[in-house]
Write a protein that binds this ligand. Structure first.
Ligand SMILES: CC(C)(COP(=O)(O)OP(=O)(O)OC[C@H]1O[C@@H](n2cnc3c(N)ncnc32)[C@H](O)[C@@H]1OP(=O)(O)O)[C@@H](O)C(=O)NCCC(=O)NCCS
Length: 192
């Protein structure tokens, strides 16, 4: 795990940049994570106080210090504005990572998260010894499922009553991408 700073491939054409979250981002993070629509499928309720954002961001910064994971701020290159986050929790022994992501609502459906995750996944496979990337989505989260499929993730099935939050058990869809999937899709893109 040599580097956590993303060098975005083809950066000149990209609308976004990634850098690790920092404590000073807590205000921007609060704005995004207090939106009930953004948090609709999350296992935590929308934030109601800025100190909740400070605590969550501090935890993510600490994960990075301990090399347990990285959460990047997604910035618009034209304005440097923070519009969302994405990142991985790492399982070094298994050579695997769990992906998470969300974007401020006004930026949805513009291809921005696809750009961000493409850069993040590219980074994980180029810089780290990662083989499997996995993530779960709520069964009703069409946006997340559609995005993951576009990125080449394979749906492995439904994990029944996988989690418990907001006083209910929740089924989730399990998606994965393995290094060989990515190599194959890069080759297909290069041939196109
Ligand atoms: C999921 C989320 C990050 C998608 O970000 P986004 O930037 O809007 O996604 P993109 O514009 O890059 O979309 C890429 C593809 O994903 C799919 N997609 C995105 N939003 C969709 C929607 N509302 N309905 C169906 N498919 C959707 C489409 O296939 C889309 O490609 P297309 O626009 O060419 O059809 C965003 O909706 C979000 O932040 N949701 C709330 C948080 C969340 O659910 N996080 C994931 C938890 S697992």
């Amino acid at each position: 795990m040599s580097t956590f700073n993303v060098k975005v491939r083809g950066a000149a054409e990209l609308r976004i940049a990634l850098r690790p979250l920092q404590i000073s981002d807590a205000g921007d993070i609060f704005d995004i994570w207090s939106d009930p629509e953004v948090m609709r499928f999350y296992d935590i309720a929308p934030l109601v106080a800025i100190d909740q954002a400070q605590q969550l961001v501090a935890g993510m910064v600490q994960d990075l210090v301990e090399a347990k994971g990285v959460r990047w701020a997604i910035l618009l290159t034209e304005s440097n504005r923070l519009i969302g986050t994405c990142g991985f929790m790492l399982n070094h022994n298994f050579h695997s990572a769990t992906l998470g992501f969300e974007l401020a609502r006004r930026y949805w459906r513009q291809g921005l998260m696809r750009e961000a995750l493409d850069a993040a996944i590219d980074h994980a496979y180029r810089e780290w010894d990662i083989n499997r990337i996995q993530t779960t989505t709520n069964l009703d989260n069409q946006a997340s499922s559609g995005l993951l499929r576009k990125l080449g993730f394979v749906e492995e099935g439904v994990m029944r009553q996988w989690g418990y939050w907001q006083s209910a058990f929740h089924d989730v869809r399990l998606f994965s991408l393995i290094r060989a999937d990515r190599v194959q899709s890069d080759r297909l893109a290069a041939d196109a």
